[in-house]
Design a binder for this molecule. Structure first.
Ligand code: DAH
Length: 334
């Protein structure tokens, strides 16, 4: 009889769904789908009973009751099975097992190096200061005696930031050197000054094993009466030796920077080779003039060192890109 087929189908599909429901959430979903008071599919069967002709009604009614009982029994049974499983899982859990140890994070090698530099320079009496990474041309160039037509100001050699420029109404760039902080410090402090500033700088360089478009520098500035180049050499030698060991040597090569006169490039000898670590020199009188210091009253030295260079040498890292790839296998060595 056609109508009884509908009951069989319902029963089969409901029992299959119930057996497959292995969590109480799935089981509840099956209960609602098949036996739900409002929209359960059982309602359709109920309608069929109502529509059956009087001669068929007893048979159809009997089948309806059978199916309904079978399905609700199956629901009850499965409910017990699911609960038993949950209890068993809880008992199988051995609370005396050692837990999984979470992996501890650690500071990035560059961050560790920065912390050590700060600490070392602090012991030499240098105060740590900070400056913004978004800079105006006054602090990044003009006050550092880098005139408008200087090649270092080429827009292609700097990261100018269009939206910040619009907001500020004046050109804004990501600072290309931490020397900006010399200016910011002198603008708001009277001499004597003895500061270091460590942070990121940005240059659109082609990226390779020793160049990155973002890296870190440590800027140093000491201004007082009678500050000399000999003191600069002493400070840098002491610094390098304290960080890398007593065998490190420092050498100066004549060079040019707009903000120092005379200027030098600084090399460090460690083992058998010389490595360039940065620039330095005696603060140019024009820079003093730009911040309102009297060059006949004070003198000063300044230096800017590449932090990655030290970090690579210190830890034996041969490619600067390793620092920025966020590869935990690399970073967890430090
Ligand atoms: N700002 C220079 C650079 O990024 C490095 C430098 C040279 C800093 C000489 C100084 C300095 O303070 O005196 O290439």
């Amino acid at each position: 009889m056609e109508i009884l087929k509908t009951f069989d189908d319902f029963e089969q599909s409901a029992l299959a769904a119930i057996r497959a429901a292995n969590t109480s959430e799935l089981l509840e979903a099956a209960r609602i789908e098949y036996m739900g008071q409002k929209n359960g599919r059982i309602r359709e069967l109920q309608k069929l009973v109502g529509q059956a002709t009087p001669d068929l009604k007893p048979q159809v009614g009997k089948r309806f009751n059978e199916v309904r009982t079978a399905v609700s029994d199956a629901l009850d049974q499965q409910q017990l099975a699911v609960q038993a499983q949950v209890r068993k899982a809880a008992m199988d859990f051995d609370v005396t097992l050692p837990g999984e140890l979470p992996r501890l994070g650690k500071l990035h090698p560059i961050t560790q190096t920065i912390a050590q530099f700060r600490e070392l320079m602090g012991r030499f009496g240098f105060m740590v200061t900070e400056g913004p990474e978004l800079e105006d041309e006054h602090h990044n160039f003009q006050a550092l005696n880098i005139p408008e037509d200087h090649p270092a100001r080429d827009p292609l050699d700097n990261f100018y930031v269009a939206c910040a420029t619009v907001a500020a109404g004046t050109p804004v760039l990501l600072r290309s050197q931490t020397s900006t902080v010399q200016i910011r410090t002198m603008e708001k402090t009277k001499p004597p000054v003895r500061i270091v500033s460590l942070g990121r700088v940005y240059r659109p360089d082609a990226i390779d094993a020793t160049h990155s478009c973002m890296f870190h520098q440590m800027e140093g500035l000491m201004v007082d009466r009678h500050v000399t180049m000999a003191q600069l050499k002493t400070v840098l030698s002491l610094f390098a030796r304290s960080f890398l060991g007593p065998d490190v040597e420092i050498r100066f090569r004549p060079s040019f920077f707009p903000f120092t006169e005379p200027s030098v490039e600084v090399d460090m000898k460690w083992g058998n080779s010389w490595m360039e670590i940065g620039g330095a020199g005696m603060v140019d009188p024009n820079v003093f003039a730009a911040v309102g210091y009297d060059p006949s009253e004070v003198s000063g030295f300044a230096f800017g060192l590449g932090i990655e260079r030290f970090c690579m040498k210190h830890y034996g890292v041969d490619d600067i890109r390793r620092f920025y790839e966020n590869d935990v296998r690399f970073l967890s060595q430090f």
